[in-house]
Design a protein around this ligand. Sequence first.
Ligand code: ATP
Ligand code: MG
Length: 330
Amino acid sequence: MSESTEPILEANALYHIYDSKAEDGNVIALRGLHVKVKPGEAVAVVGPSGSGKSTLLKCLGGLMKPSSGIVSLDGSNMTRLTGKELVELRQRTVSFIFQEGNLLPDLSALDNVAQPLRHQKVPYREAKRRAQELLDELGMGHRSEGLPSMLSGGEQQRVAIARALITNPRLILADEPTGALDPITSREVLALFKQLHETKGVAFLMVTHSAEVAAFCDRSLELRDGRFIAQHGADFEVTDLAESRELIVDDIGTMVLSPDLLLEMGGAGRYEVEEVGDGRLVLVSTEENESLLVGGKTLAPSCPACLHTYTDEDTQLCPECGSSRPMVQA
Ligand SMILES: Nc1ncnc2c1ncn2[C@@H]1O[C@H](COP(=O)(O)OP(=O)(O)OP(=O)(O)O)[C@@H](O)[C@H]1O
Ligand SMILES: [Mg+2]
């Protein structure tokens, strides 16, 4: 396979379980995920609060070891690497941008940007020169001596982007990179991403709640309770995912229905395959199945997390806190 077609990032059957001593037991944050990102592709990850987005990003970037599954970065299986090899692979391939807290508080903007090069043993003068050049390019050259606490949120995020770019990564993993920014700054940051994507062919995997960020991406994957349930094309509403959902059937045949779709279909139970083939699958609920169907279950009237009362019958995500709306016995 030529280098250009090999995915820059690939994960297979990724599971992550957080151990917990609490009564509720362990949390299964990721449930057998598959994902592939091609070089130069921009992919968004959308989904409600707690669906596993940050956990996924940390596992994909090698910041956290998944409980099981394989993650390959630029063709190398990360689970097989020693600690030192993993650090080297990460350093030359991938950079992270988080919502906030990307910078070391005691270092100037310039030193923050130069630091990843220092880890690669680039001499200090050379690292500083390249950092200054990049800050100039991002319109932050005049603030290079400032400490992070002296910079605005937007300025800090620009420095964070410079820090992420200084190593010429082929992939940027970003967790709500514009989440803490005002709309104007967030648009500027996005324009910068667009430029990198288009001129340098940098691949992105970005967690976002923002319609604009999602629209910048080539496709969006919808994460729900630790599984990718659907993909959305470039043009879609983050607030109404039902409109543009393309369900995903993975290569072991698993498919997950969102609560609203399940409800519309008739609920949990047994279904006969009435028609299959030519890209079609028609399911019909079995007659004697009535008792098994959800019958009597509806979407919850209020959010269990923040107690917001839903005004709309079909809303799936809490407008206050972003949690999934569960189904309850009517
Ligand atoms: N360190 C941890 N220990 C135990 N459980 C955790 C830990 N971090 C996350 N979780 C749980 O794992 C699940 C997924 O969390 P994660 O932070 O990945 O969600 P998220 O989609 O990023 O949410 P948000 O949109 O709120 O950032 C949640 O149920 C969360 O409570
Ligand atoms: Mg998160």
